[in-house]
Design a protein around this ligand. Structure first.
Ligand code: NAD
Length: 464
């Protein structure tokens, strides 16, 4: 069969791929997008979106548990985890259908199957109905990533599960050990914890969410512990094997060997790029430790082949992938896109309380050798937070003392993931502390904590 010709072929339809495809189509290019799973990739189907639905359920369960605090008497109530998972699947399906709709709207050809590079402008797609060949002037690779495991531990998605499996399993285990306290580990610990599962979180580094500011990690660990979860940091996991309760996890903590038991283990130790079988080596597409090397326009070492999203490493985040997809599309269309600003990517974790940050942590800002100003504002002093009954957390602003440049912002608390964007925009516009304090923040809002923490950095906080 003759090859079908397109201006651009996109391999993978996760956030990096589908956004790149749509932007290419908007710019007048003909586009085919290849997908071996479901449109929307891991994010829409097995990651960001279904977990947010599960976390919403956990939040509602949490509110029921606190009903008396609000003077609400509820009779006997139950929280059915199977129904939470079913709702989460419906949410994911709806969003994935949305991608198909957007493809139709933008006249993008969706090609089901697995793509392999055959030449710098040729992709072979193997699908249910056989193989076909697509030719393109440019190719955008966006094949994403998959959960990593530990050496010698197989993820079977029954006893040893990953985030991919966890979003599909409708039953909660009798007990759960979460290995890794990054975003995946903390979000699932929250979900299972809300449904009454005894949860133990094991983290190799000295604190939970180790990429976040130290104060944020400390508060989150305190809140999770108070809720009854066991949080253990500085722990080395040696082995996972069948055991009495289901699995035995052998660890080393403070130089001593220990054995922990649980019915299930959730592996949340990071993700690895999905590049196997793509044909990168044969074409000489450069990569380093499995991550595809790209320049500022997302072009790889092979002219005309671009790569975006998790497979390129740096922050493995959907919103970073989308931004890279736009850059690649615009570069292919002959525009001069502004490269992604990797120093201004918000980091968000959607557990309760939520965590969001941008820029440098206080410790990192200090090591840069500049004199810094730090302002904090606790949600206990924020009227809206008190009214909502969501007083756990704070907002912290780290700035250059001399210039007022905002170096980093760290939020832990209700709706932190929404509030961070004030500072994302501020940093894009190179706003200083002064500009934030001269911006009137509506009262009463959680966002007033942003104003107050900024005032605090200048020694002018009003409400504390
Ligand atoms: P991660 O890299 O963020 O966290 C993994 C954690 O596991 C780290 O803290 C690491 O120190 C720890 N770890 C590694 N080996 C260990 C061991 N042997 N024993 C104990 N702990 C160990 O990875 P993740 O949480 O799995 O998430 C994967 C990727 O997906 C990340 O890039 C993350 O940012 C992204 N993600 C983001 C969100 C979000 O933005 N809300 C949600 C889920 C995933």
């Amino acid at each position: 069969m003759a090859a079908q010709r397109f201006d651009v072929v996109v391999v993978g339809t996760g956030p990096g791929g589908y956004v790149a495809a749509i932007r290419c189509a908007q710019l007048g290019l003909s586009v085919a997008a290849i997908e071996d799973d479901r449109p929307g990739g891991v994010c829409l189907n097995w990651g960001c979106i279904p977990t947010k639905a599960l976390l919403r359920n956990a939040e509602i369960v949490g509110l029921f548990q606190r009903a008396e605090e609000f003077g609400v008497t509820v009779g006997k109530w139950t929280a059915d985890y199977a129904q939470a998972v079913q709702r989460s699947r419906r949410v994911a399906d709806r969003m994935a259908k949305g991608v198909e709709f957007l493809f139709r709207k933008n006249k993008i050809t969706l090609v089901p199957g697995t793509g392999t590079l055959k030449a710098r402008n040729v992709v072979e797609v193997k699908g249910k109905d056989g193989a076909q060949t697509l030719e393109a002037k440019a190719i955008i690779l966006a094949t994403g990533s998959e959960p990593r495991s530990l050496p010698g531990v197989t993820i079977d998605e029954k006893q040893v599960i990953s985030s991919n499996g966890a979003v599909r399993i409708e039953a909660t285990p009798a007990s759960l050990i979460v290995i890794g306290a990054g975003a995946v580990g903390m979000e699932f610990a929250d979900v299972y914890g809300a449904y009454g599962v005894p949860v133990t979180v094991l983290e190799a580094l000295p604190r939970v969410l180790p990429i976040e500011d130290e104060e944020v990690s400390a508060l989150l660990a305190r809140v999770f512990s108070r809720r009854g979860m066991t949080i253990r940091t500085g722990v080395r996991v040696q082995k996972v094997s069948p055991g009495k309760a289901g699995l035995t996890v052998e660890i080393e903590a403070e130089g001593k060997a220990e054995r922990l038991e649980a019915e299930q283990v959730l592996m949340a130790v990071g993700r690895a790029s999905r590049t196997k079988g793509l044909g990168l080596e044969a074409l000489g597409v450069a990569s380093e430790r499995g991550l595809v090397t790209v320049g500022p326009t997302m072009e790889t070492s092979v002219k005309g082949i671009f790569a975006v999203g998790d497979m390129t490493g740096r922050q493995m985040l959907a919103h970073k992938a989308m931004a890279e997809g736009v850059v690649a599309a615009e570069a292919i269309a002959g525009r001069s896109p502004r490269p992604v600003d990797y120093d201004n990517v918000p980091s968000c974790t959607y557990c309760r309380p939520q965590v969001a940050s941008i820029g440098l942590s206080e410790a990192k800002a200090r090591t840069n050798g500049r004199e810094i100003a730090v302002g904090r504002f606790p949600f206990t002093a924020n009227g809206k937070a008190v009214a909502l009954g969501e007083t756990e957390g704070f907002l912290k602003v780290v700035a250059d003392k001399r210039t007022g440049e905002i170096l980093g912002v760290h939020i832990v608390g209700s709706e932190a993931t929404e509030m961070i964007h004030e500072f994302a925009v501020g940093r894009t516009l190179e706003a200083t502390l002064e500009e934030i304090i001269h911006t009137i923040h509506a009262h009463p809002t959680l966002s007033e904590a942003a104003l107050e923490a900024t005032l605090a950095a200048l020694g002018q906080a009003i409400h504390i």
